[in-house]
Design a protein around this ligand. Sequence first.
Ligand SMILES: Cc1cc2nc3c(=O)[nH]c(=O)nc-3n(C[C@H](O)[C@H](O)[C@H](O)COP(=O)(O)O)c2cc1C
Length: 193
Amino acid sequence: MPHKILTLAASNNAHSINRALVEHAAQVLKSEFLQDAEIDTLDINDFEMPIYRADREQNDGIPEAAQAFYDRITAADALMIFFPEHNGTYSAAYKNLFDWASRIKMAIYQDKPAVFLAASPGGRGAAKVLEFAVTTAPFFWAKVVGSMSVGKFGEAFDKDTGMLSGSEHADALNAALSALAHTLQGQDSLAAA
Ligand SMILES: Cc1cc2nc3c(=O)[nH]c(=O)nc-3n(C[C@H](O)[C@H](O)[C@H](O)COP(=O)(O)O)c2cc1C
């Protein structure tokens, strides 16, 4: 059975650096670690909703887009989420989607193995949002098996080739993706035993 990998850049910017990294990581995962990966790339702009409000939920219920997002996670075997850092935390676009989806179930990530990544143009590599996402993941039932961040994205990522240029970043990405592939293969072995 192919493995379905949901990828998401938690940025609503059409020119997002995290989106560029999604494409690269998906390609590396498929070519180096998990040849049968089926990549489902989610566009956060397809899930834009009014800002969460408790009285809005009471009056109108949970928007269909939140359920659609939750269902895409249900259909996935594993997750790769790429976080931009806005003032030390999630983008407003992702926070709103996350808040609505959490009203379906707080276990948003549904016990899926996950790799969390983050990219920033500055040197700190969106470390704060990545740390927040990783440390809070258990509350939302994500099994984070690897994480990495890319700072100074303009230097670290070669726009022409669409690849990370330095071996340090490439090694960190490979370690995270390899951990994800091993987790999925381990689950297959257990299921077959
Ligand atoms: C409102 C706002 C807040 C930001 N705050 C941070 C920040 O706290 N740390 C950081 O490294 N970059 C920050 N940035 C710069 C982002 O890292 C940069 O816009 C990056 O390209 C976002 O990722 P994306 O291109 O995938 O959307 C901020 C940008 C915006 C628009």
